[in-house]
Every structure is written in C-alpha cells, then in structure tokens.
Design a protein. Structure first.
Length: 283
C-alpha cells in the first residue's frame, strides 16, 4: 500500500492542477478575448476575429469610446451611484446588524427571514412600483433615483451578511464599553466598527460590484446621459451605419469598466480574505 502512495499523490496533484488550469482558463479567457478584441482595429476585426493576437495593436477603439459618446460622464455616473449606494447601504446595515445581532426583541427571526426573502426577490417584480415611486418624487434621471433603487438589492445583502458577523463579536467588548458609560451608538461606532472593518470591506466591495454592473434599473430610470451608467451606455453603442457592429468599442469599454473592479480587489485583497473567513470559526 505504501508503494502506491507516491503514485497516488502524484496523480492527485496532476488532477488538482489540471482542474485549476481549466477553472482559470474558463474565468480569464473571456477577459483576455475582450482585451484582444479591444486592441484590434475596426478594419482588421473581421479578418482577425479568430486570431489569438492582433497583428497590429492599436488604441483606436479606446479613443473612439470617448470620442463618439460622453463615456466619461457615464463613468462618473457609475462611480457616484455605486459609491453612494455602498456608503448608504453600509451605514444603514451596520445599524440594523447591530440591532439584529446583539439585541433580543419579538419578531427578530421573522424580520431576518423577510430580509432574506427580499434579497432573492427578482428585480422585474418591483420594477413598476419603483418606477411609479421615482416618477412621483421627481427622481427620474437623477443619481438619487438610481441609488434608491439599487438599495433594493444591496441593503438586504449587506444587512444579512453583517448580522452574521456581528453575532460572532465577543459580548465582552460591549460590556466593557457599557461599563465605561458608552451609549449603544457610541459602542457601535467606536468599538464594534473597527472590529468589523474586514467584513465591511468585503460586503461593501461585493455590493459595489453589484451596483456597478446593474443594468435593468439604470435602463428603466434614465433616458439621457445625466445619470446613465456605463452598462446602459455600452448597451447603446452603435456603429457609423446600421450595418456596422462596434464590437471593438464595446470590448474596449468593457475593459475600461472592469479595470476599477480589479484594482479594488487587489487593493483590498487582505481585507477580503479576512472578511470572508471572519466568524467562520466560533471561539
């Protein structure tokens, strides 16, 4: 049996790395192909569509993205809306998570199940009601209207995630703060929030990605570039004629909007790992 162990271990290692390579190829190949297409000129795109590398790389598609439409304004809209959504969601969810995770009151379990149900509710089901509300409050074509609508799916997610984390924070921290005369809000903002930093970063980043990539609400609640975000702008790209498909510009724009997400993940990768593993082991 012992003589077979090295062979079994070698086979296991080979299978493991083969699976890793397949997963990496599956995840990274679409981005590579978008990058390759974005550096292929419009004239060469049809002839070199199936080539692995562009024969004459060019920045033309990237220049056309900003020259042909107000893409810079769309980027600003996405940054403001996604950031505003995350900040407001984290503030409200931190308050809610503290109450749901540390206080006992009647109906708490029912409330948690309602939050979970809302988080998996399809967007299309609330679209007409949200549209009526946004038009009534004159929030159509505004950052505020998009932020309000995006919180439909970011707030339940952040509340549920942070509540699970708050439950694992030792009660001794709160008791020490209460002994020193701190109020519940002071305990939350001065004692618990520093401990919650990894969870806040992880939850905020995931909520930011969801808000950054959201398409349905942005398409419904905007009609011009005043508040139109990049997913809608990319979806509305058109060629010089009705027979031209601007694949190069679409891929270039997709690369541009993906880069900020990659940068955020690289910058906060340690916090993300800590946030994903925090509370996994109780002790």
């Amino acid at each position: 049996m012992n003589s077979k162990n090295p062979a079994v271990r070698a086979l296991t290692l080979i299978v493991f790395w083969l699976v890793v390579l397949i997963v990496l190829f599956y995840v990274l190949f679409p981005f590579y192909w978008a990058l390759k297409t974005s550096f292929t000129g419009p004239a060469q795109l049809s002839a070199e569509a199936l080539q692995w590398f562009p024969s004459n790389p060019t920045w033309q598609n990237f220049r056309d993205v900003f020259a042909g439409q107000p893409f810079g304004r769309n980027l600003l809209n996405s940054v403001v809306v996604a950031t505003g959504t995350v900040l407001l969601s984290l503030l409200l969810s931190a308050l809610a998570a503290y109450a749901l995770g540390k206080f006992r009151f009647q109906g708490k379990s029912v409330l948690m199940y309602i939050i979970l149900a809302v988080s998996v509710f399809p967007q299309i089901a609330v679209l007409s009601g949200l549209y009526t509300m946004i038009k009534t409050f004159s929030l159509y074509n505004t950052w505020g209207g998009l932020i309000l609508s995006y919180m439909i799916f970011t707030l339940p997610f952040t509340v549920w995630t942070l509540t699970a984390f708050v439950r694992e924070i030792p009660t001794e921290l709160e008791e020490a703060a209460y002994v020193d005369g701190a109020s519940p809000l002071q305990t939350l903002f001065q004692v618990l929030l520093p401990v919650m930093t990894p969870a806040l970063v992880t939850t905020g980043l995931l909520a930011f990605i969801n808000a950054w990539n959201e398409y349905l609400f942005a398409l419904t609640f905007t009609s011009d570039n005043t508040a139109k975000t990049v997913p809608v702008a990319i979806g509305n790209f058109s060629g010089a004629t009705i027979y031209e498909n601007p694949f190069g510009q679409i891929m270039a724009a997709s690369v541009i909007v993906t880069i900020p997400l990659i940068v955020l993940v690289l910058v906060f990768q340690r916090n993300i790992v800590s946030g994903l593993t925090a509370g996994a082991v109780k002790g």
